[in-house]
Design a protein around this ligand. Structure first.
Ligand code: HEC
Ligand code: HEC
Ligand code: HEC
Ligand code: HEC
Length: 159
């Protein structure tokens, strides 16, 4: 009998761990988990209650119809305004402008899609930044390099 002690100890430990798991589960699993599937159902209502940040694809056209029309007929048609600027909610509240919209003139914005990269598919026009800006290697790229030549009219309507 003496030699079965360690087995009993292991069994008691196992049972204790199981009891802690089964009981503890009720305390740590969120209330609505599993109600409608393998997720926390309440999370849906929390997201539905959040303020909308983005507008619909045509939200900017309501007030900027000329720029929107120019963009729609140029090569930047697939790039949504909010990609280059900011979300609608930073600019419009209750259908009216209440704060300035960000204008991002950094070369990084354009480079994000147009910098020549070895692995980048040729679907989007690519430029070697230094070559295109006629800079020699090591020369810093001016912060607003691209908008010096590509002005708003061109950026909103590249042909
Ligand atoms: C590819 C990026 C890009 C997209 C897409 C884009 N913009 Fe711009 N926008 C810019 C940049 C960069 C400037 C600043 C240009 C400058 O200062 O020369 C600018 C300037 C502006 C200005 C300042 C006024 C002007 O015309 O100079 C307005 C207003 C504006 N954009 C609205 C819009 C709206 C509305 C859309 C969508 C229909 C849009 N933009 C789409 C990059 C973009
Ligand atoms: C409810 C009308 C309204 C909507 C919707 C709207 N704007 Fe504007 N926006 C204005 C007004 C008014 C101005 C100031 C006069 C102007 O430049 O036309 C302005 C100005 C701007 C400017 C110049 C900087 C500034 O804030 O003065 C940019 C850039 C701009 N809007 C981008 C956008 C983008 C991008 C969207 C969509 C995400 C958008 N706007 C949606 C009304 C609007
Ligand atoms: C989110 C990605 C994105 C950003 C940011 C962006 N572009 Fe584009 N651009 C495109 C796409 C997509 C096209 C259409 C495909 C093409 O023609 O290369 C395009 C086309 C162009 C073209 C026409 C190229 C051609 O085929 O003749 C020019 C010029 C251009 N963009 C300049 C700019 C400049 C300048 C900026 C910065 C203000 C900028 N783009 C920011 C995605 C982007
Ligand atoms: C010194 C003026 C100048 C500056 C600065 C400049 N560009 Fe250009 N870019 C041009 C000219 C000119 C073209 C040719 C336009 C054409 O062929 O229609 C061009 C064409 C492009 C094209 C289309 C290339 C193609 O293969 O069709 C892209 C993309 C572009 N530029 C992106 C940029 C970016 C990104 C920057 C900033 C890093 C920038 N440009 C800065 C003058 C400039």
């Amino acid at each position: 009998m003496e030699h079965t002690k360690h087995i009993w100890r292991a069994a008691i430990l196992l049972v204790t761990v199981l009891v802690v798991l089964v009981v503890g589960r009720h305390f740590v699993i969120p209330k609505s988990f599993g109600e409608m599937g393998y997720y926390r159902y309440d999370a849906l209502f929390e997201y539905m209650g959040k303020e909308m940040r983005h507008g619909s694809p045509n939200a900017c056209a309501d007030c900027h119809d000329e720029i929107a029309a120019a963009k729609a007929s140029g090569k930047h048609a697939p790039v949504k305004c909010e990609v280059c600027h900011d979300t609608l909610a930073t600019h419009v509240k209750d259908g009216e402008k209440y704060a300035d919209m960000r204008i991002n003139r950094s070369y990084e914005l354009c480079a994000y899609c147009h910098q020549k990269l070895v692995g980048r598919p040729a679907l989007v026009a690519q430029v070697d930044l230094l070559e295109h800006l006629e800079l020699s290697p090591g020369q810093p790229i001016p912060a607003e390099a691209c908008v010096q030549c590509h002005d708003a009219g061109m950026i909103h309507h590249p042909e």
